[in-house]
Design a protein around this ligand. Structure first.
Ligand code: HEC
Length: 173
């Protein structure tokens, strides 16, 4: 038996095997090329399309927002100023005092304890700051006169009234 002696079934097997390998190699090549095409083409197409769509959405949105924003700016500049004033009054006890409380408390109208009058304020301060807050916020009928709730300005926030009380107490002790 020499090396050249190959049986028929072996030849068939080798031939079929070679064909199978060839087909697999060809398929690999085709798939590789396809993958390259997909990778090279589809993403760039997608990105460009998405960018265009997003830009269109942004433009539409900007247009819608701009009209709303203009309305707000046009109608709201005055009220914005008002809101700022209220907000600053809420934390600025002196401002609240000046605008609402000073009317009575500077001159002692109707028996109001005068601003800065230590003798008038000492017994009141002795009641405790919470009592003073209560009386200023809810109103108070005392022995000398009537302290209206929030000094008659119902729109004041409780904290604004408290801050005004703090301001009066601080300057009167
Ligand atoms: C219309 C006049 C008037 C205004 C405005 C007014 N008060 Fe008075 N307030 C009085 C009078 C009168 C008293 C004294 C009442 C008493 O002792 O009989 C008083 C008393 C007080 C007292 C002492 C309460 C106590 O328990 O002794 C505080 C605190 C006070 N006022 C805070 C304020 C604050 C804060 C404001 C502004 C937000 C204000 N008042 C605005 C008239 C006023």
């Amino acid at each position: 038996m020499t090396m050249t002696h190959v049986s028929i079934s072996d030849r068939v097997f080798v031939k079929n095997f070679a064909m199978l390998l060839g087909v697999l190699v060809a398929m690999t090549f085709v798939l590789f090329v396809l993958a390259q095409m997909v990778a090279a083409q589809l993403p760039t197409e997608d990105t460009a399309e998405m960018q265009a769509k997003m830009q269109a959405k942004k433009d539409a949105l900007a247009e819608r927002i701009s009209s709303v924003g203009q309305l707000v700016v046009a109608g709201g500049s005055g009220s914005t100023g008002g809101t700022t004033q209220v907000a600053s009054a809420a934390v600025d006890g002196k401002a609240t005092y000046d605008t609402t409380c000073a009317v009575c408390h500077v001159a002692g109208v109707a028996g109001a304890p005068k601003f800065g009058d230590k003798a008038a304020w000492t017994p009141r301060i002795a009641q405790g700051i919470d009592t003073l807050y209560q009386h200023a916020i809810n109103g108070f009928q005392g022995t000398v006169g009537f302290m209206p709730a929030k000094g008659g300005n119902a729109s004041l926030a409780d904290d604004a009234v408290k801050a005004a009380v703090d301001h009066m107490v601080k300057e009167s002790q």
